[in-house]
Design a protein around this ligand. Structure first.
Ligand SMILES: Cc1cc2nc3c(=O)[nH]c(=O)nc-3n(C[C@H](O)[C@H](O)[C@H](O)COP(=O)(O)O)c2cc1C
Length: 271
């Protein structure tokens, strides 16, 4: 089966989903001998236009796991704005060493529902956006090598014309994971927003420009009038380290994760 182009399409607030998708796409392009492209749809401006693919395309569509599923504000774009029109897709989710629960199933269902033939599916453990204590060094060299091996196997499968149906773990219709606090009770931090250390903030506005929800006031980055999805992009991208979360329920959830989910998790590669 001749592939004309491979594309990495991803949402990646803190960079690791993008890193994994780019590694996979570059390796696929090398083994298939075709051009590659990157389509980063992390910023809201990119949701204004659909991405149209067609037969002969192979897309790696990659998103992080949020609360055991895909980020709910981004899902509608994946379901309706990324159009396969007969292209092949590899579904890739990343997760922060707790569990990907149902996110891979949700991504596969979204892709199959919008014109893709699903060729493979993978889940990769990456640094948890909330804390470096969970998979802080991942994706590491071994993870990136595993992605390259996977690319080789995908290429072999394509060349052999063996497209089989996949058994994807999870349930795309399952509810979201309910985050727990240290006391084992649901940690309610839906309304939490990032705070700003006045003495550190240089007022550069980078946080406002990079926020996937456009939630931060570009004129005054101390104010967050929009919806915060807790993606941590502002926290991790602020050059001054001026942003932080102080919501007690959020901090309790992070402490619970640190207490229970440091044991390294395995990646999953399905073909
Ligand atoms: C709001 C939010 C919810 C998350 N929920 C989960 C989860 O349910 N399970 C898990 O293992 N990791 C979870 N994570 C961690 C991310 O899946 C992980 O850090 C991911 O690799 C981030 O991708 P990025 O670097 O492309 O932003 C969550 C992260 C955020 C920001």
């Amino acid at each position: 089966m001749k592939i004309q182009r491979v594309s990495a399409l991803y949402f990646s607030a803190t960079g690791n989903t993008g890193k994994a998708a780019q590694t996979l796409v570059r390796a696929l392009a090398a083994s298939l001998g075709c051009p590659w492209e990157i389509r980063d749809f992390t910023l809201p401006q990119s949701w204004e236009r659909p991405i149209e693919l067609s037969a002969g395309d192979l897309a790696v569509v990659a998103l992080p796991t949020y609360a055991g599923k895909l980020p709910n504000k981004i899902l509608p774009y994946v379901q309706t704005g990324i159009c396969g029109n007969g292209a092949f897709a590899l579904a890739l989710v990343t997760f922060g060493n707790r569990s990907f629960d149902n996110s891979l199933a949700e991504l596969c269902a979204a892709l199959e529902g919008n014109g893709f033939h699903l060729l493979g599916a993978a889940a990769m453990a990456c640094r948890h956006a909330f804390t470096d204590k969970l998979a802080g060094d991942r994706p590491n060299q071994q993870d990136l090598e595993a992605l390259k091996d996977y690319a080789g196997k995908v290429t072999e499968k394509l060349l052999a014309g063996e497209i089989t149906s996949l058994s994807i773990p999870g349930d795309s219709a399952a509810p979201y994971y309910v985050p727990k606090g240290l006391d084992g009770q649901p940690a309610k931090f839906l309304k939490a927003k990032p705070q700003t250390r006045r003495e550190l903030c240089a007022g550069c506005g980078l946080c406002a420009r990079l926020c996937p929800m456009g939630a931060i006031d570009p004129q005054d980055p101390f104010i967050v009038p929009g919806t915060c999805i807790k993606c941590q992009r502002c926290i991790r991208s602020c050059p001054q380290g001026a942003k932080y979360f102080d919501d007690p329920a959020f901090l309790s959830h992070v402490a619970m994760l640190e207490e229970n989910f440091q044991e390294p998790k395995e990646n999953l590669f399905l073909l």
